[in-house]
Design a binder for this molecule. Structure first.
Ligand code: SF4
Length: 399
């Protein structure tokens, strides 16, 4: 008898197909006829069983089938097509702003294990949400940790912060706790932090994450007023619950950062209330300036940094609280950057591995970097010129 289980996969039997869930929210299907061609089978939540076959014979065949069908992976929340980035995918984790590892030349490394979000914020810089129509990515946990470790070492400092800052909501990554636990074991990682909208947090999840090694929660609570919070989230936002979660975190030996996005004309009146709440909880206030981005939503005009800091200064005087924050407030300092294998203007040729995040984008891999290429092509090779290299994030334009 062969009973096969696979890390991160769950199964459910349907009339003529088996639905496979990867990391809970991503799904694809296996045709029952293709499984029957391997052998008579049955399915449990976390296994496929072949009662009449030997494990080593069927495992290879099932792995091959999974590898083929996972190309049809979808996000079950949005229906968006999704690429699973794993150790054998050939997709490097450095080079892309949407997934993987981003090194901006400081003591902080950003990691992005998943894309997707259950909210639909009217100011979202990437246009995320349930109605979003873009390509999603989810990374195999072991691959992410394996690639992160040497980059932390490369930094050459003893206090690296690993910041989980997804294009979306990190709590949609079903292996988040395990990921935090793995990162906490990497030598020279001193802080693990994350940005979250808070809607999927429970007290139990907070405790679990803290036990795993999370040291800092940045929660983008925009207003204690239900109407304004809903308006800004573009959907129902559980204000009361998120406040309770903030109160729960505040009782722990973990840093709480309340990080509302300031939308002039929409939540001006809310900032003082949030600051008072932050004072009560002993939280750091990390008010964010709304910025316009090419793929983002734009409910209001962007304030210049001078205007933004002037408004914070006014509030600081009125509320007698520090609101202007700088990298030093989070102990973020310059630190060795990863080498850049490409420079602006380089002309290159690469094979398209998968779609990019937005329409007319494709991902190419060269010299251990992922490169997003703007092209109408969806497969084959593409010739392109590098037009962005900042922070080892590469963008190319097809020639
Ligand atoms: S929570 Fe963040 S990622 Fe999600 S829609 Fe709002 S701004 Fe975008």
């Amino acid at each position: 008898m062969a009973r096969l289980s696979f890390e991160g996969l769950r199964f459910s039997m349907h009339r003529d197909f088996v639905k496979v869930f990867l990391y809970k929210i991503f799904e694809f299907s296996l045709d029952s006829r293709e499984l029957k061609a391997i052998g008579e089978f049955s399915v449990g939540e976390d296994f496929i069983e072949f009662p009449k076959d030997k494990e080593d014979t069927v495992r290879r065949k099932v792995m091959f089938l999974l590898g083929k069908k996972i190309n049809g992976l979808n996000n079950s929340l949005t229906g968006n097509p999704t690429t699973y980035i794993h150790q054998n995918s050939g997709i490097p984790l450095v080079g892309n702003i949407s997934f993987g590892i981003v090194d901006r030349g400081t003591s902080l490394l950003e990691i992005k294990p998943v894309t997707s979000c259950p909210l639909n914020c009217i100011y979202c810089s990437i246009g995320e949400g349930k109605q979003s129509k873009m390509h999603d990515f989810v990374i195999e946990r072991e691959y992410l940790v394996k690639e992160l470790e040497p980059i932390v070492e490369y930094k050459g400092i003893k206090d690296v912060e690993v910041h989980i800052g997804c294009q979306g909501e990190p709590l949609l990554y079903s292996q988040l706790t395990e990921l935090v636990s793995d990162i906490s074991k990497i030598k020279n990682v001193s802080v693990i932090s994350m940005d979250t909208n808070g809607v999927l947090l429970t007290s139990e999840k907070v405790d679990e994450l803290i036990d795993a090694g999370m040291n800092q929660f940045n929660i983008s609570l925009n207003s204690p007023d239900q109407g304004i919070a809903d308006k800004m989230a573009g959907t129902n936002y559980p204000v009361e619950n998120v406040i309770k979660i903030c109160e729960h975190i505040a009782k722990k030996k973990t840093r709480l950062v309340i990080a509302p996005v300031y939308l002039p004309g929409i939540n001006d009146s809310e900032l003082p209330k949030l600051v008072e709440m932050g004072k009560r909880l002993g939280a750091t206030m990390g008010i964010q300036n709304f910025l316009e981005y090419s793929h983002g939503r734009r409910p209001v005009g962007q304030l210049s940094w001078e205007e933004f800091y002037a408004r914070l200064a006014e509030l600081e005087t009125k509320l007698k609280t520090k609101l202007k924050l700088y990298p030093e407030d989070f102990n973020i300092r310059p630190a060795k950057s990863l080498p850049k294998p490409f420079k602006l203007g380089d002309t290159l040729k690469g094979e398209i591995l998968c779609p990019g995040r937005y329409r007319n984008e494709a991902i190419v891999a060269l010299k251990d970097r992922s490169i997003t290429v703007i092209t109408a092509k969806v497969s084959g090779t593409v010739n392109f010129r590098i037009v962005r290299t900042k922070h080892n994030i590469y963008l190319g334009k097809s020639l």
